[in-house]
Design a protein around this ligand. Sequence first.
Ligand code: IPD
Length: 283
Amino acid sequence: MTEEQSEVTLEEYLHTALKIARQAGNVAKEASLLDKQVETKTSTADLVTETDKRVEELVISQLRHHYPTHRFIGEECAADGGKYPELTDHPTWIIDPIDGTTNFVHGYPFSAVSIGLAIDKTPVVGVVYNFVMDQMFAARKGGGATMNGTPIHVSKCTEPTKAMILVDTGSTKKERLLQSKFDVTYKLAKEPNPVESFRCIGSAAVAMCSVACGIADGYYENDLHCWDIAGGDIIVREAGGVTMFPTGDPLDVMRRGVLCAGTQELAAKLVAFTKQLEFPNTI
Ligand code: IPD
C-alpha cells in the first residue's frame, strides 16, 4: 500500500473533504433561498445555476490549497472545457458541486455536494452532503460509512419483490437511452417477479447514499458521469453494499452508468434486466 492509501492519510483526506463539503453546502443552502439564474447544458433538462459554478470553484480551490499535486475533475469545469476529462491513476478529486441541480432549482429537497477521491481510478474517500436536509454521508476505504457521524449499513434485502428501487429519467432526452431505461424498468415492474416499488429522487449521489443507509435497496441509471457517482460509490461499499456497472462488470466511474444494491443477491437479480440498458457512446 502506498503512503497515499494508508489509513492515516485517507482519514486526513476525509477530514478535509468533510470540512469543505460543509462549507460548500452552506453556500448552496443560502443560495437556495434566493432567485436563481438557470442555464441549460446538453438538454433542456440538464441545468446549471451560478451556484453550481461558485460552489465548484470553492471546493476545487480549497482542495487544491491542501493538495497541490492532486488532480481535479469537476462537473462544471468539464462542461466548460468541452473535452471529456481523463481519469488517471494519480489521486484525483471528482466533484459535483450540486448533484440534483434540477431539485435545487425547484426546491425539491434532494440536492448534495458530492466529493470523491479516486486513487488508481477507484474511489477511496467519499463525502455527500445533502445540504437541504443537513445529512452528511461519508466514508473512506476500510473505515466504514457514516451519516452525521453515525455508522450506516445497507439493507439485507435479497428479493426484488421486497425491494424499493431507485431509478431516474435523468437529464438525457435521447430516445435510445430513455427507451431502454423504460423497457428495463417496465420488465422489472411487472409480473412474474415485480420489484415492490420504484422511486425517483433526482440526485444520483443522494440515491446511492439512500442505498448505503438502507432506506432504499437498490439503484440503477444509464446516463451518469463520474462526478455523479464517485462520492457515493465508496459510501455504498463501506456501508456493506455492492456497486457495479449495470451490465454486471466491475464499476468504472468513467463509464456512464451504475447499479448499486444492499446485497450481491439483489444486485444479481437486477443485473439480469439492467444488462439490457443502453449507454451513451462517449466515455
Ligand atoms: C443529475 C442527477 C440525476 C441524474 C442525472 C444527473 P446533476 O446530476 O444525478 O439524478 O438522473 O442524470 O445529471 O446534473 O444534478 O448534477
